[in-house]
Design a protein around this ligand. Structure first.
Ligand code: F3S
Length: 274
């Protein structure tokens, strides 16, 4: 049986960097905690727990002298301030692509523009971005953006700065851009989508077209992993969404000659290769 592993399977640049920063901090003997689970993968979080890395949910749970690591999704300006008040060392593992968006919205507001964010309002990355300006608007998609734009006659000529959550899809972003260009005359658009997700999805689609079976490795609760499995199912009848190798049985692959493997951005290489 031939097994092909997608080149894009597993950690993206930002997640890989965050995990390395936790490893370095844990290895240096510091009292380390991450603000929220460092990534959505219980194997990695469990491994770090055995190395003494704790997880806190809120800045006020940090203790003086502790080292607190901010995960790749990033956080609002207010969270940094609250952590500083706690007297902790901060290690910032915010993905540089997300950090760039913090800078864009914060500068836009200083210049008198209204920041508009396209993304899931309750996603931690979007909450973090919104927290770098005192007032912004967040829209999940083109419909919400259009309804709002049509109800804002007084904003037609105002300066608007539009950015996207890094994991938005290209088609959603393009539709929002079209609407914004039609509705606002003074508009600056920054395409802040991270292509890592898009590349992973198109590679999964290509692989699932030529394989009899696909294995998607990742947290079954992660929406990105679920989306990968959905894309594979569009081209392949036999798709398994698994947390690790023990979820698979040899009989699942009876008569299968080609298997493709892909994995979400939070899946470490050792689980993919298992
Ligand atoms: Fe960063 Fe893109 Fe990954 S924004 S965390 S490299 S998906």
């Amino acid at each position: 049986m031939s097994v092909r592993i997608a080149k894009s399977a597993g950690f993206c640049f930002g997640v890989s960097r965050a995990v390395e920063l936790v490893e370095q901090a844990a290895g240096s003997g510091k009292k380390v905690a991450t603000l929220g689970p460092i990534i959505h993968n219980r194997h990695v979080v469990d491994k770090f727990r055995t190395l003494g890395v704790g997880v806190i949910d809120r800045p006020d749970q940090a203790r003086p002298g502790q080292t607190v690591i901010i995960r790749s999704h990033g956080v609002s300006r207010n969270v940094y301030e609250r952590l500083e008040k706690q007297g902790v060392e901060i290690i910032d593992a915010t993905c540089p692509f997300v950090k760039r968006i913090h800078g864009i919205v914060s500068r836009a507001e200083e210049e008198g523009k209204l920041p508009v964010i396209i993304g899931t309002p309750t996603h931690p990355e979007v909450e973090g971005i919104a927290g770098w300006c005192s007032h912004c608007e967040v829209f999940a998609g083109p419909e919400e953006l259009e309804n709002w734009a049509k109800s804002q006659n007084n904003l037609k000529n105002s300066s608007i700065c539009m950015v996207s959550q890094t994991t938005s899809t290209e088609s959603l972003w393009k539709s929002c851009g079209k609407i914004a260009k039609k509705e606002f005359t003074n508009l600056k658009i920054f395409d802040t989508i991270c292509r890592a997700t898009e590349y992973r999805q198109s590679e999964a689609a290509e692989l699932s077209e030529v394989c009899q079976s696909m294995v998607v490795v990742g947290d079954p609760k992660s929406s990105n992993t679920g989306r990968l499995a959905m894309i594979c199912r569009e081209h392949c009848d036999k798709v398994f969404l698994v947390d690790n190798a023990s979820d698979l049985k040899a009989e699942d692959f009876c008569g299968v000659t080609d298997v493709g493997i892909t994995a979400g951005a939070s899946t470490p290489a050792w689980i993919i290769k298992e």
